[in-house]
Design a protein around this ligand. Sequence first.
Ligand code: SAH
Length: 418
Amino acid sequence: MRAHCRRMVLLHQPTPFDFGLSIMPSVVLKAGRDKALLRRHPWIFSGAIAEVRNDPKPGDTVALLSSRGETLGWGAYSPTSGIPVRIWSFNPGEHIDPAFFHQRLAAALGRRHDLPALRQTNAMRLVNAESDGLPGLIVDRYGDFLVVQISAAGPELWRATLVDLLNDNVLNAGIWERSDLEVRRKEGLQPRTGLLSGREPPPLVEIHEGAVRFLVDLTQGQKTGFYLDQRHNRARVGAHAAEGDLLNVFAYSGGFGLASLAQGAARVTQVDASEPALALARQNLALNGHEATRAEHVTGNAFDILRRLRDQAARYDMVVLDPPKFAETAAHLPKASRAYKDVNLLGCQLLRPGGLLCTFSCSGHLTTDLFRKIVADAALDAGRQAVVLERLGADADHPVNLAFPEGEYLKGLICRVD
Ligand code: SAH
C-alpha cells in the first residue's frame, strides 16, 4: 500500500512532458524541419524555427518541440546567432544541470583515457565541442595548465559550473580562458580572456610530443596556444624526413620543422607571416638542442616568399604547406580554392624530382575530394606527376562525431612528386 502511494506521488510530479512545458522556454520547429535533428545533428538553423516561446535569454536551456508538440531534446538558445539552438541532448527526459555536464565531461575524458596518440605527450584536447556533445566548448591541456575556449552562448552561461567540474575531475595548476574568437560576436558575446582558477600560467609553458619539445604561449599564442590537431601529422612528416632539406610553410612555432629535424632532416626553412610565431620557432630550435645553422626563419607572406624561392631556383626534398583556413564560409570557397591551388602549385615547383609534398587544408567547407582535385590540378600545372602516399586528418584527441560532419575540417596528403 505504501509503495503504491509513493508511486502515485511520483506520477504527479510535474515533468517537462506535461504542464511544465507551458512555462518552459521552448523552440518549436517548422513542420518537416526536424530531419537533421532526428539524425542527431546538433545545430538548429534559424530557417527551421517556427516559434520561440516563453522568452528565453541567451544561453538558456530550451525544449525543442516538433510541429506536433513532441519534445525532441534540449538545447542552448542564442538569439543573435545563425544557429539559434545548439543541442545539448536528444533525450527528452534529460535535465540540463551540473550532473549532465559532469557526465558529458567524464565521457570526453573517458574517450581519451587510453588513446595511444596521447601516451607520448602532455598536451592534448580534452573536450572537442560538438563532437564531445558539448557544443561551443573546447578544453585543451598543456602540461599542468588547462585552456578553456567558449564560442557559444550555452557554455558561456555554464562557465562557473564547467570550471568547477574541470577542477573536480582534471588535475591542474590553473585554468586560463582564451575566448577571444571572432565567432563570439555572432553570438552577441564579447572576447574574454583571463584566469578562471588556480595559478596564472607562466609566459611560456613547455610541452612535448614524443622527444620533441615546444614552448607554448597560452595567453597570446594562436588558437589556444598550439595546433594540437596536427600532432600525428607532425610525426608522419618527421618519419619521412631523414637527411633531407625541408621547406615548412605556414610554420607557426616550427612544429613540422622540429619534428623533421628530430628525425634526421638536414635543414629546415621555416616560413610564417607572424614574427612572434617565428621567434618562438627559434626558441624551440634551441630548446631541442639543434645548431642554429640547421634552420632558417623567413618572415613574410608565404605566396611572395615561395615565388621568390622558385625564381631563385631553390629546391627541397620536402615541402610542408599548412595554411590558415582560407575558406571561412562556403561563399569564400572559389577564392579559397584558387589560393590552395596557387600555394600547392608553388609547392610542387619547389620540389626536387621524387620529393614529398605534405599539404593540408583546415577549411571545413573544402571537401576532401575537392582538396584532392586542387592538389591534382596543381601538380598537373607544374608538369609533375604526383602519387598519394598518405591521407591524413586530425589526431584522435579531436574525435569527429559522425552525426556532425562539420567536425571533420582538417585534411592532408603526403604526395610523392616525380
Ligand atoms: N603548421 C603549424 C600551424 C600553422 S597555422 C603547426 O604545426 O603548428 C597557420 C600559420 O599560417 C599561422 O602561423 C599564421 O601565422 C600563418 N600565416 C597566415 N597567413 C599567412 C601568409 N599569408 N603567409 C605566411 N604565413 C601565414
